[in-house]
Design a protein around this ligand. Structure first.
Ligand SMILES: Cc1cc2nc3c(=O)[nH]c(=O)nc-3n(C[C@H](O)[C@H](O)[C@H](O)COP(=O)(O)OP(=O)(O)OC[C@H]3O[C@@H](n4cnc5c(N)ncnc54)[C@H](O)[C@@H]3O)c2cc1C
Length: 291
């Protein structure tokens, strides 16, 4: 999107998009897709405003799948002639200041790229964050990071793989556990006792059938959540500063937390109760504020 916007402003620019992956999409690139990968987001909320996303492939609950996002981004890049600017399979391992602007070094290549301007759009999930003592090279069993679930899917599917240990309790761990259980694998889930604890999960639909992320994306939610970007106006003063407004805000989050707890089924047994996040009351405020 940054490249497309830049080219609209300066069509004559000598632009290069450098990407370590072999296809477009980043998180949603081809190698990172696996069958159950579904975004939390409803159709219509995961596309650029100038191009709707095709509904083909959406889930029964109207959510968009990883494959839909990949296809959408590939088509977007194609429609706007961006492929000819992209250099795939190129990892920038060093970027340093030079007289012209920036000098980039590509891993495994003698090429040096100099540019006047550098726009960094590397995301936050491209480099796996492996626990310190995991020696992947010497391990007797394969250790796979959630980033590589897509390319490891066939190997995990093999019938001799009966049990998989999942370490961690953030969103990628939930995704992995769900995928493995749906593949018929036995899962042992390890969550460290310290740290932030398991992620709070929100039902797909809230308050009489509204998509949760659609609700979270409304302007009303900016008044119901603490935000340093929203500290003015009558609604802000009512919901965040007046005692009756604060009471309403608290009740709203209590209700959302109650509905989410019920949906998650934490009371159904010890195996589910262990997933209850440590920060309990109104914890969904933090989840939604982070999203
Ligand atoms: C499993 C998963 C599920 C998610 N689900 C949702 C969701 O449902 N809804 C939502 O809104 N968000 C979701 N996200 C968040 C997701 O990060 C964003 O949706 C979005 O993809 C971020 O886009 P980005 O362009 O900032 O970064 P990315 O998509 O991560 O793209 C970064 C790109 O930079 C490249 N790169 C990184 N470092 C280098 C380097 N040194 N040299 C060259 N190239 C480099 C990578 O190869 C990649 O192509 C999810 C993330 C994950 C991991």
């Amino acid at each position: 999107m940054a490249a497309r916007t830049y080219l609209r402003l300066r069509p004559e620019a000598n632009l290069l998009i450098i990407d370590a992956d072999s296809t477009v999409g980043g998180v949603w690139s081809k190698d990172r897709l696996y069958p159950n990968l579904v975004a939390q987001v409803k159709l219509g909320l995961f596309n650029y405003t100038d191009t709707p996303m095709s509904p083909q492939g959406k889930t029964k609950t109207d959510l968009v799948t990883g494959n839909m996002i990949h296809q959408y981004m590939a088509k977007y890049a194609d429609d706007h002639g961006l492929f000819r600017y992209i250099r795939f399979n190129s990892f920038v391992e060093r970027a340093e200041r030079c007289q012209r602007g920036w000098r980039l070094q590509i891993k495994g290549s003698a090429d040096i790229i100099e540019t006047e301007k550098l726009l960094v759009a590397t995301g936050v999930t491209s480099i796996p964050n492996m626990p310190e003592h995991f020696d992947t090279a010497r391990a007797s069993l394969p250790i796979i990071h959630s980033k590589d679930l897509g390319i490891s899917f066939q190997a995990i599917q093999a019938p001799h793989v009966h049990t998989v240990v999942v370490v961690g309790a953030a969103k990628s761990a939930y995704d992995a556990v769900y995928l493995l259980l749906s593949m018929g694998k036995k899962v042992k889930w390890i969550i460290r006792p310290d740290g932030a604890g398991p992620l709070a999960i929100l039902p797909t639909k809230l308050l009489g059938g509204f998509n949760s992320i659609a609700v979270a994306s409304t302007r009303l939610m900016t008044y119901l959540s603490p935000s340093i970007l929203n500290t003015e106006g009558t609604l802000y003063f009512f919901f965040q500063k007046s005692s009756i407004g604060q009471w309403c805000t608290a009740k709203f989050w209590d209700t959302v937390t109650y509905l989410s707890n019920r949906h998650a089924g934490y009371s159904k047994g010890d195996h589910v109760a262990g997933l209850k996040p440590e920060v309990d009351a109104k914890r969904l405020v933090y989840l939604l504020a982070r999203e």
